[in-house]
Design a protein around this ligand. Structure first.
Ligand SMILES: *[C@@H]1O[C@H](CO)[C@@H](O)[C@H](O)[C@H]1NC(C)=O
Ligand SMILES: *[C@@H]1O[C@H](CO)[C@@H](O)[C@H](O)[C@H]1NC(C)=O
Ligand SMILES: *[C@@H]1O[C@H](CO)[C@@H](O)[C@H](O)[C@H]1NC(C)=O
Ligand SMILES: *[C@@H]1O[C@H](CO)[C@@H](O)[C@H](O)[C@H]1NC(C)=O
Ligand SMILES: *[C@@H]1O[C@H](CO)[C@@H](O)[C@H](O)[C@H]1NC(C)=O
Ligand SMILES: *[C@@H]1O[C@H](CO)[C@@H](O)[C@H](O)[C@H]1NC(C)=O
Ligand SMILES: *[C@@H]1O[C@H](CO)[C@@H](O)[C@H](O)[C@H]1NC(C)=O
Length: 386
């Protein structure tokens, strides 16, 4: 028992000494250090640093430019005309991300992450017992080469080209990209690359990119821009009297529509939220809702019109409003059909009455014949039977 108490007391003392030693030493270490990166002008760069210690260390960012007599300067959130953002978190350990937007070649240089948890670390007169620990990364900002992008329409073909000029690193190949689809790939080192599409501009509008496989990667944009290619979701719509009618037009082409409008029978534009009309429009779709459909007022041709910076386009939707009774018509039709059939059968049966003795297999031709022929038939039959 006594030995146990002494043992635990010794252990406690050891822990206290250990903790004091750690405190004094201000143990701080990096878990993650920033990594060197290559970027093009106008790109952005992000450097990340993570440190551990007790107490939790502070992280600072410092920069030294490529000029030989330039000295380290501290970076802060909002520096360089607000192109620098620093986001730090201090819980359990310290993390800090420095983010520099719209890079220029002056941003090239050494970036240093410094961490320290010494209480005197920022004291102006007292020199800290523990120095800041440092971790460095280089950022190389390369002048973005100019890319001349072009689209030519020629005898049913579209030729997209990119021509890169100015200094650039080794080109290991090219890609042509549309959205997240790779359309074409090669491994040539030319500064010029082209991609051919069969068809017309109107059928292939959109944003295309030529990608140069360099380090870092260089992309050029080629837009195939056309006036809106509007289509009606349905060329004719039907609605029941009193219901809400919905007419829809869409425009899958590029660039998106800036203004949508609707008109009826060639009259002036329908106003949104006026009376029974509600118009909802987005870049590639417009929807006209007509509340409480009315047969006389709402039947007609509606035209949706789309405008973008390259022109305009439209489509027409014909709206037919049915009476509520219309739903009954198919049923009434069936009833009428049944009545006609019943009448025919009734008349036929009535006419057949005198010939009841007639054989069953005499069939349906019987009513077409006169009674006289029937009698003759009968006689023939009777003779045959004999
Ligand atoms: C670097 O030092 C030289 C001479 O010492 C001076 O002429 C020059 O302006 C300095 N450059 C910068 C960026 O301070
Ligand atoms: C800062 O970092 C934290 C944690 O990574 C993140 O949740 C937060 O959105 C960031 N803030 C800004 C302004 O980037
Ligand atoms: C990026 O910087 C250049 C000048 O260095 C400036 O002309 C341009 O407007 C900036 N772009 C953005 C998006 O801030
Ligand atoms: C690419 O552009 C350069 C000028 O920057 C020009 O001399 C060259 O002919 C162009 N190449 C092609 C294939 O158009
Ligand atoms: C292509 O279109 C996009 C989106 O409208 C635009 O941001 C970009 O500047 C255009 N590119 C060119 C080369 O016109
Ligand atoms: C229309 O735009 C929406 C999102 O804005 C998109 O999900 C949809 O695919 C687009 N439709 C067409 C036909 O481009
Ligand atoms: C039309 O009005 C409705 C309701 O007032 C509104 O939600 C909608 O955004 C408007 N549409 C347009 C194109 O202004």
């Amino acid at each position: 028992m006594a030995a146990g108490a002494a043992g635990s007391r010794a252990l406690l003392a050891l822990l206290v000494v250990g903790a004091m030693a750690a405190g004094a030493a201000g143990t701080t270490g990096f878990i993650k250090s920033p990594l060197s990166q290559k970027r093009l002008t106008q790109d952005s760069v992000e450097l990340y640093c993570e440190a551990i210690g007790n107490p939790i260390p502070e992280i600072q960012w410092w920069f030294e430019g490529n000029d030989p007599n330039e000295t380290y300067a501290q970076l802060w959130d909002g520096a360089r005309q607000d192109r620098v953002k620093i986001n730090a978190t201090y819980n359990l350990h310290s993390t800090s991300t420095i983010y520099i937007a719209n890079l220029t070649s002056d941003d090239s240089g050494m970036y240093e992450c410094r961490a320290s948890n010494d209480p005197d670390r920022n004291h102006l007169s007292k020199s800290p017992k523990v120095k800041w620990i440092r971790s460095q990364a280089n950022v190389f900002v390369i002048e973005r080469p100019d890319i001349k992008a072009h689209v030519a329409e020629d005898s049913g073909k579209l030729v997209l080209t990119c021509n890169m000029s100015g200094p650039y690193s080794t080109i290991k190949g090219h890609e042509w990209v549309h959205g997240d689809k790779v359309l074409q790939e090669d491994e040539t080192d030319s500064a010029f690359t082209s991609y051919t599409i069969e068809g017309k501009m109107e059928e292939h509008s959109g944003m295309y990119e030529c990608v140069y496989k360099t380090s870092p990667e260089i992309r050029g944009q080629v837009n195939i821009s056309v006036a809106p290619q509007v289509t009606a979701y349905k060329k004719s719509e039907h609605g029941n009297e009193g219901d809400t009618g919905v007419l829809t037009c869409k425009n899958p082409s590029f660039p998106p529509v800036t203004t949508w409008s609707w008109s009826k029978n060639g009259e002036s534009d329908l106003q949104n939220a006026s009376g029974r009309y509600i118009i909802k429009s987005s870049g590639n779709k417009t929807e006209l809702r007509i509340l409480k459909l009315n047969i006389e007022e709402d039947t007609g041709d509606y035209r949706c019109n789309a405008v973008n910076s390259y022109g305009s386009g439209d489509a027409t939707v014909n709206l037919r409003v049915r009476s509520r009774l219309a739903a009954l018509w198919p049923f009434l039709g069936i009833v009428a059909e049944v009545l006609v059939l019943v009448t025919i059968i009734f008349i036929y049966e009535k006419r057949r009455k005198p010939d009841e003795v007639l054989d069953d297999d005499d069939g349906g031709s019987a009513p077409l014949k006169s009674n006289a022929t029937n009698h003759k038939d009968k006689n023939v039959r009777q003779r045959n039977a004999n």
